[in-house]
Every structure is written in structure tokens, then in C-alpha cells.
Design a protein around this ligand. Sequence first.
Ligand SMILES: NC(=O)C1=CN([C@@H]2O[C@H](COP(=O)(O)OP(=O)(O)OC[C@H]3O[C@@H](n4cnc5c(N)ncnc54)[C@H](O)[C@@H]3O)[C@@H](O)[C@H]2O)[C@@H](O)CC1
Ligand SMILES: Nc1ncnc2c1ncn2[C@@H]1O[C@H](COP(=O)(O)OP(=O)(O)O)[C@@H](O)[C@H]1O
Ligand SMILES: [Mg+2]
Length: 277
Amino acid sequence: MKQLSEKILYQVITPRPAQSHKGTFGRVLIIGGTAEFGGAVIMNAMAAVYAGAGLVTVATDTANFTALHSHLPEAMVVDFNQDLTTLIQNNDVILIGSGLGDRLDILQATFRAVFPKQILIVDGSALTLLAENHINLPHARLVLTPHQMEWQRITGISIAQQAFEAFNVLGRDRLKQMPIVVLKQHHTQIYTSKDIYELPIGGPYQATGGMGDTLAGIIAGFAAQFFLASLSDVVLAAVYSHSAIADELAKTQYIVLPTQISQQLPKFMKHYAVTKP
Ligand SMILES: NC(=O)C1=CN([C@@H]2O[C@H](COP(=O)(O)OP(=O)(O)OC[C@H]3O[C@@H](n4cnc5c(N)ncnc54)[C@H](O)[C@@H]3O)[C@@H](O)[C@H]2O)[C@@H](O)CC1
Ligand SMILES: Nc1ncnc2c1ncn2[C@@H]1O[C@H](COP(=O)(O)OP(=O)(O)O)[C@@H](O)[C@H]1O
Ligand SMILES: [Mg+2]
């Protein structure tokens, strides 16, 4: 297993070209957030916007519109009960699942609509729905972001067995589409088609609801704009950034809130875009 290091940030986070506009930095569509879990998509969207996605749209329950806009006027909203097919096909990166609750219908419609060239990040309730309903993953550039309990539900590999990388590799291979898997835990592991990486940073100050929703949003924001890097490198850089910011805040804080991580992203990224080692 390879240890992830700060080096990945210098590789992935690059200065922005002057000849550019919001379209240059990608369109992200976030799908999730039942009325009970609106906070999940707010945190997805804050992370994606603060990470630099050019345009972010959130398809969610209408009950969440006002709260989302009061936190983040930069994001657009759409009712997730309408037909999302065209919207899905007009975005570069789709993030589905945070706070999606029991909306299997929306998950299935999204999987039907997505194109193979699109990046599809599957998080939270979408992973549990996948497992419970034995749904096949679609052809897409896939990133799954399960925590250990979600991974157990998907693969049947118990949390104790997950200590053995070989089991996780087998579990990933059985999913057929060879997704990148971000297996979240203390010292998260990332399974790519080539290698397995371990995140050596991060800590218990991150154990707050919404921390994973924030990571999924950072992955989406990075994937939308850093299209010159490989998707694996983009995911590695997002995972590293999320915990590096948390570590920095934890120097003076007992806990770190997910939204604080998002707010730090522009400053954090500026450092890596200009200072090459
Ligand atoms: N403000 C909001 O709207 C929030 C919405 N959320 C959404 O709520 C839905 C349910 O997700 P949850 O993860 O809370 O519930 P789950 O029931 O899917 O999993 C949580 C349980 O898994 C267990 N577990 C074991 N190992 C773990 C590990 N390494 N990391 C995390 N949990 C581990 C924990 O004991 C915990 O009780 C998701 O769609 C999620 O996106 C959560 O993100 C919390 C905040
Ligand atoms: N003790 C810990 N040490 C390091 N990272 C942690 C710790 N607890 C939680 N995290 C991180 O916080 C995130 C939690 O994700 P998740 O459980 O999906 O949260 P949520 O669904 O509530 O947003 C993961 O990135 C995980 O690695
Ligand atoms: Mg989660």
C-alpha cells in the first residue's frame, strides 16, 4: 500500500489559465437531500463551489431550496422529483447519494441517464440503496465513497475483514465497472485500478455528521476543473486536501466542522497552485 503525501496536491492543483470562464471549470450536478437530509446536499454543494467547480446545480427536495440558497447563492436548484435526464446529460460530473434517503427511483433514473464518459460519484444513501436492491453500477467514470459500514453492505465484507486489502480488492472487482473506491475510516484507503493508497493524516476531530458529504463535494469540484489530471489523482488530491485542512484547523480547535473545511478550500488551494516544490 502506498502512502499518500502532499506531493499529489502540487501535481493536481494548477494555476488557472487567464483565457477561461465558468464553463472551463466544469459543471457539477448534485442529486440528493430528502426533506430530512437537506444538510447533506448543502454540504456537498458548499464543498464543490469552494473547491472551484465552475457551475453547481443541486437537484433536491424543494423543502431545501431556501436553506441551500441562504448558505450558497452560487448554486442553482432544481426539484429532484422532475425528470432529470437532460440535466444529467448536460453536466460533466454527477454526485448522487448524500442524504438521498430511500429514493431508489431517483437513483435508478440517474443510472439510466448517465453517459459512459461522465464522472459519477456515488455516496451515502445511494450506496446503501445499491446494496439493498442489488443494483448494477452503470457505465461511467465511477467513484464510490463508502464508509466502512456502507462498504460492508455493498460487498458483504465485514469491517473486521476489511483490514485485509485483498478482500477489498476482490469486493471492488465483483462490482464489475472497476470504480475508484474511497474506503473512508481513520486513515482512509483509496483503491484505484493501479494501486492502493492510504491517507496518513486526519483524525477524530473529523468525526462529525456531514464530513463525508463534504469530501464527496470536494471530489466533485476537483474532478470538474482538474480534467487534465487522471481521475485517480484528482480523487487522491481531494481526499488529501480534506484531511490536511482538518489537521490545520485542529491545531487550535477540538473539533472541526465540515463547513469550516469547505470555507478554507480557496486559501488552501491557492498555496498549492503557486508554490511548486
Ligand atoms: N445533515 C445531514 O443532512 C446529514 C445527512 N447525512 C446522510 O445520512 C445518510 C445516512 O448516512 P450515515 O452514514 O449517517 O448512516 P449509516 O446508517 O449509513 O451508517 C452510519 C453507521 O455506520 C457505522 N460505522 C461503522 N464504521 C464506520 C465508519 N468508518 N464511518 C462511519 N460510520 C461507520 C456507525 O456506527 C454509524 O452508526 C447518508 O445519505 C448521509 O449522506 C449524514 O451525512 C449526516 C448529516
Ligand atoms: N477518527 C477519524 N479519523 C480520521 N478521519 C475520520 C475520523 N472519523 C471520521 N473521519 C472522516 O470523516 C468522513 C466521514 O464520512 P461519513 O461517515 O460518510 O460522514 P457523513 O455521511 O456524516 O457525511 C470520512 O472522510 C472519514 O474518513
Ligand atoms: Mg456519508
